[in-house]
Design a protein around this ligand. Structure first.
Ligand SMILES: [Zn+2]
Length: 411
């Protein structure tokens, strides 16, 4: 006996309703009118069926720390980082597993089955954040696939000892080499920071995923350094740049030149509008800048662009519920994406585009693929993003989570 989803509107192929038959954890058949034959039935009439959401950028070591540290008074990135220093010194594995675990469970309930998390690696917390997140990854491996980025938040040259810790982090189980080149003291060190990341990535044959130019300052140009290095090393499709807020602050000519290099180097781009709408433009007089990267220009130029949750209740950002549809709604606002095809693109950014960054195999709803999918209680993409509806989450052919949303007028 299998699981039969009737009358599904498969996202991006929704012109006709189809039935989806799942057996042994695999999508066996997608067709019209598959006989019921004693299968367990889910009627998905007027519902969208989507591949699972992918969150390509979050910080599971830092989520929910706001419950135990003072708030960020200036609202700036620097104060957010500084408040964490004390907390980081006192992290324990149990504390990290508990906080990360709560967020992982929310994410799964919301249909996110793939997560890429950055984890601080520096001389303050040393490898404790990684230990904690590795433990959480193990504990929840039946629910979610997690990729870990070793992230030198405090710089590499600026924080001597970090380079060695990055090597150790990869040896311990981190999957991806991170970076934050803008957090170095001078242009040479920023370039060297990028070189070190490539040295580690090449030694272990890993992808790279950096925090890049998370500032409104137009003189922060490490995205160009990263693109140049990626081109030189021919590390195509293996490098991701997150945030890149300064790209929006550059003059158009320079921004276009950098975007051209990004596309040529096949660098994946991730915008994190929830956090950056909150952090950037903070000290501007009116009109205040939006603080997010040039999403539309990057998409138009042919870059693969996604978005991440980034932060949940930490010193950077006080909200967030690990729902990629909420982040989709914020992205649509922040990037002015309101036309029908733009709204579809927003949905693609947290599904197919993000899956490309994580290099997920057999991602999508196709016969023969693993039966990982989400049934959304909404008939269209627009309605899914607008209402952030209830949903049923299926992994390896089994219903693993349900979220119910209902409301009624009683009188
Ligand atoms: Zn981040």
């Amino acid at each position: 006996m299998g699981l039969l989803i009737k009358n599904a509107r498969i996202v991006f192929f929704e012109e006709k309703e189809k039935d989806i038959l799942i057996e042994d954890g695999i999508i066996k058949r997608i067709d019209e009118n598959i006989p019921e034959e004693g299968h367990e039935i889910i009627d998905a009439r007027n519902k969208l069926v989507s591949p699972p959401f992918v969150d390509p950028h979050i910080h599971l070591d830092k989520v929910l720390v706001l419950e135990s540290v003072r708030p960020n008074k200036s609202g700036t990135l620097m104060e957010a980082i500084e408040i964490l220093w004390d907390k980081k010194r006192n992290y324990t594995v149990d504390d990290i597993v508990e906080r990360a675990g709560r967020v992982i469970e929310w994410a799964v309930q919301n249909g996110t089955l793939y997560i890429r998390t950055h984890v601080d690696v520096d001389t303050i917390g040393k490898l404790m954040p990684l230990k904690g997140v590795l433990e959480a990854k193990k504990k929840y491996s039946h629910l979610v696939d997690i990729q870990i980025v070793a992230f030198p938040q405090e710089g590499i040259l600026k924080d001597p000892g970090t380079e060695k810790l990055l090597y150790e982090a990869i040896e311990m189980g981190a999957d991806i080499v991170g970076g934050m080149p803008a957090n170095e003291n001078n242009e040479n060190d920023k370039k060297r920071h990028i070189e070190i990341a490539f040295e580690i990535a090449k030694k272990y044959n890993r992808d790279i995923d950096m925090h890049v130019d998370e500032t409104d300052d137009p003189s922060s140009i490490t995205l160009e350094y990263l693109a140049d290095k990626t081109l030189k090393e021919e590390y195509f499709e293996r490098v991701t740049a997150g945030h890149t807020c300064a790209l929006a602050a550059y003059k158009d000519d320079y921004a276009n030149k950098v975007i051209e290099k990004v596309v040529k180097a096949k660098i994946h781009m991730i915008t994190n509008p929830a956090t950056n709408l909150m952090l950037q433009g903070r000290e501007d007089k009116q009109p205040k800048r939006r603080g997010i990267t040039r999403v539309k220009e990057l998409l138009e130029a042919g870059a693969n662009v996604s978005f991440g949750q980034d932060c949940i209740k930490d010193t950077f950002y006080p909200f967030g519920q690990a729902d990629m549809l909420e982040v989709a709604l914020i992205t649509a606002h922040a990037a002015h994406m309101s036309l029908p095809h733009e709204i579809e693109t927003v949905f693609k950014m947290c599904t197919y585009n993000a899956a490309k960054i994580l290099k997920l195999k057999d991602y999508g709803i196709k016969e023969g693929y693993k039966a990982n999918l989400v049934i959304l209680d909404a008939p269209t993409i627009l309605e899914a993003i607008r209402t952030q509806p209830g949903r049923i989450v299926i992994k390896d052919g089994k219903i693993i989570a349900k979220k119910v949303s209902s409301a009624e007028i009683l009188k």
